[in-house]
Ligand binder design. Structure first.
Ligand SMILES: [Zn+2]
Ligand SMILES: [Zn+2]
Length: 340
């Protein structure tokens, strides 16, 4: 009975649910969860759609909670607080991100690397998420939302923005930065990177002139096909697209000492490549999850710059359509589910 959604409740809510053996979400009524110790019950105002949701649906990530309510880029309004939860009051807006719980005791948690906690629980993957009218969340892992953002425009900050920010930090002080895959994360990261005075090169699906135009409109100095070389060598590249073939492509594009950061939770296999393109102290690394500190830093930056998110909204009941648009590359920016 550790999962509150299984508790007996009189009140039902609408949710889009992933069931065992299914790849489409089912619209259904489920009991409204009850805030447990240290948790808040929030009414979901908006929930952005992330590529990770597709990986969960496609069975590419091990051991999801099933049945599952996906969604981990959530803006909600606190309705009730559970025993001992004192950080937020009913009526407060909260952001609920991917990192939902950590043990606080392991070597990773104790060394400022809670993103790597082996017992971590994740919203919309091993905990129920925001494709529903309500959710419960551990208040310690929620973020206040800068009040300059509407609910829908804030939602993509919670993962696309946050993970993008962590990727950017891994890229170090690279002045010439490549972004492979110009979707929800890249369209936010480019604004931070530009604010920091970096030069951005955007790589998209070959022939995707809309995405290339979108990248240029946000300040990319160059935008082109992912299989094309950039006009000058890069100091770092971040790969947001889940395509392993891009790793050797990006390695070829970075200069000596350059870094290639893989920002996704899942990627197709990386083909073998000649050592020559890694030689000269080039680095390949991945970024996993987020820490609460990342969230605090990023939200402060988001309020300061401020970031403009480009969104396409869908009603909750059209979550499957939103996911299909993401899969087929038909979105500009981020898809966001809006509750009524
Ligand atoms: Zn995500
Ligand atoms: Zn831990």
């Amino acid at each position: 009975m550790s999962n509150p959604i299984q508790l007996k409740s009189e009140t039902l809510m609408q949710a889009m649910v992933l069931e065992v053996g299914q790849a489409r979400l089912r619209e259904t009524s489920v009991p409204r969860p009850v805030a447990g110790i240290g948790q808040v019950l929030a009414r979901v105002c908006a929930c952005a759609v992330c590529r990770t949701d597709l990986h969960v649906l496609d069975g590419e990530l091990p051991h999801p909670k099933l049945p599952l309510i996906p969604g981990h880029e959530i803006v909600g309004q606190v309705v009730e607080t559970g025993p001992g939860a004192e950080r937020f009051k009913p009526g407060n807006k909260v952001g609920v991100p991917w990192l939902g719980w950590t043990c606080g005791e392991c070597r990773y948690c104790r060394s400022g690397r809670e993103n790597l906690c082996e017992k971590a629980r994740f919203t919309g993957y091993t905990l129920d998420g925001g494709y529903a009218e309500y959710l419960v969340a551990d208040e310690r892992f929620c973020f206040p939302i800068p009040d300059i953002y509407s609910d829908a425009h804030a939602a993509p900050l919670l993962c696309a923005g946050l993970i993008g920010y962590r990727c950017l930090a891994k890229a170090g002080d690279a002045g010439r930065l490549g972004l492979y895959g110009f979707g929800a994360a890249a369209h936010i990261v480019i604004q931070i990177a530009r604010h920091q005075g970096r030069k951005i090169f955007a790589f998209t699906r070959p022939g995707d002139s809309n995405a290339q135009q979108f990248a240029r409109s946000l300040g990319a100095v160059w935008a082109g096909d992912s299989n094309a070389p950039p006009p000058e060598p890069l100091d770092a590249a971040i790969i947001f697209a889940p395509i392993g073939d891009l790793v050797p492509q990006a390695l070829k594009a970075v200069a000596r000492g350059g870094t290639v950061v893989c920002g996704g939770i899942h990627m197709s296999d990386i083909p073998s490549f000649p050592y020559d393109i890694l030689w000269q102290e080039r680095t390949v690394c991945s970024v996993a999850n987020l820490t609460r500190r990342d969230g605090e830093e990023f939200m402060a930056l988001a309020a300061h710059i401020p970031l403009q998110t480009t969104i396409q909204t869908f009603p909750l009941s059209e979550a499957n359509e939103a996911l299909t648009c993401l899969r087929t590359g038909k979105l500009q920016g981020a898809a966001v589910l809006l509750m009524r």
